[in-house]
Design a protein around this ligand. Structure first.
Ligand code: FES
Length: 245
């Protein structure tokens, strides 16, 4: 299904939500259930198990569209605490923490909430930094922290252990979270929805021509179905640009 058809489907879903006050909970308006898609190994096409996700490594998959990149991280510690966050237009929502047996696996859109810098085949200016880095926080003070997502385009910094809350730089809202469902019986992860501010319309307006070349197909705005390949970011992009204050 392409984006236009999907938007119609969402409009129908929103009408259903409006009819049921019980599910008009905080965050419903920024919850987008695009569909349940398994995260699979690109070679075996089998689900990627929790034990194979290394702490400190950056993994990449494309969801909810076949050309919209997302980061998947094993933060190496339980992320059981939820975070209350706001989109740029003031809509409140709740990020529910990590998935997997240790609650340590998190996923976020890799499209920067400032000007949409994102991992491309040639280069990625937005990267997960497992080791401590220096950045300017919201008070314009130098801060040092490990385990952040740092966009070196204009130096926005996000905290993936706190729903990708903005720690510094010009980004006006957190990176959109990807809801993950973990099936313990199959040791398999599924992406099921996005939560938070999305920039997909603008992303396709700006980058479709390049995405067609990069993905070798014209339907780059097709909704991902059934399975997404999970790869290491360093295998996807030729250059990871890193920086610090
Ligand atoms: S695009 Fe990421 S900080 Fe500007």
């Amino acid at each position: 299904m392409k984006r236009r058809g999907f938007v119609k489907l969402c409009a129908t879903a929103v009408a259903g939500v409006a009819a049921s006050p019980r599910i008009l909970a905080e965050g419903q308006q920024v919850y987008h259930p695009y569909g349940r898609v398994a995260l699979v190994d690109p070679y075996t096409k089998e689900p990627v198990g929790a034990g194979s996700l290394e702490v400190g490594e950056t993994y990449l998959f494309h969801y909810p569209y076949i050309s919209t990149p997302c980061f998947l991280l094993n933060l190496g510690k339980a992320m059981k605490t939820s975070a209350r966050l706001k989109t740029r237009d003031g809509q409140r929502y709740r990020w529910k923490g990590g998935a997997g047996p240790q609650h340590s696996i998190v996923a976020f859109s890799a499209i920067c909430a400032h000007k949409m810098s994102h991992p491309a085949r040639s280069v990625s200016f937005i990267n997960y930094r497992h080791q401590e880095v220096r950045f300017r926080n919201k008070d314009d003070k130098i801060e040092e922290r490990a385990g952040v997502i740092y966009c070196c385009s204009e130096r926005s910094v996000y905290d993936p252990s706190d729903g990708c809350r903005v720690l510094g730089g010009p980004a006006p809202e957190p990176l959109a979270a990807i809801e993950l469902d973990y099936d313990a019986t199959r040791d398999a992860f599924f992406a099921t929805a996005t939560i938070g501010g999305e920039m997909f319309d603008k992303y396709f307006q700006n980058f479709t021509d390049r995405l067609i070349l990069e993905h070798g197909r014209t339907d780059v705005d097709a909704v991902a179905r059934d399975a997404c390949e999970l790869v290491r970011l360093r295998d996807f992009t030729a250059n990871q640009i890193t920086c610090q204050a």
